[in-house]
Design a binder for this molecule. Sequence first.
Ligand SMILES: [Zn+2]
Length: 85
Amino acid sequence: MVWWEEEGEEMNPVKRILGDRWSMNEEDLVETTVSKKRKCNICNVNDAEYDGKTVRGPWAYMCEGCFDEYGIGLGTGKGQKLKLR
Ligand SMILES: [Zn+2]
């Protein structure tokens, strides 16, 4: 592997400059604070743990199990973990 041909620091100067702060921002974006618990939109049984985009397109509140199955991941434009305020 030739490290200087990898995409990364050369390709993304903003990320290189921000360094740790960049990753802290990413952390912030994967969690969202909610004031009350919600039910999972998919199974309608468990409490939702995530608010995220599903493999079928629309966003939904999802429990852990449904997120594993239907969620596309965490991050901007993908999904956020719910944190009860
Ligand atoms: Zn569920």
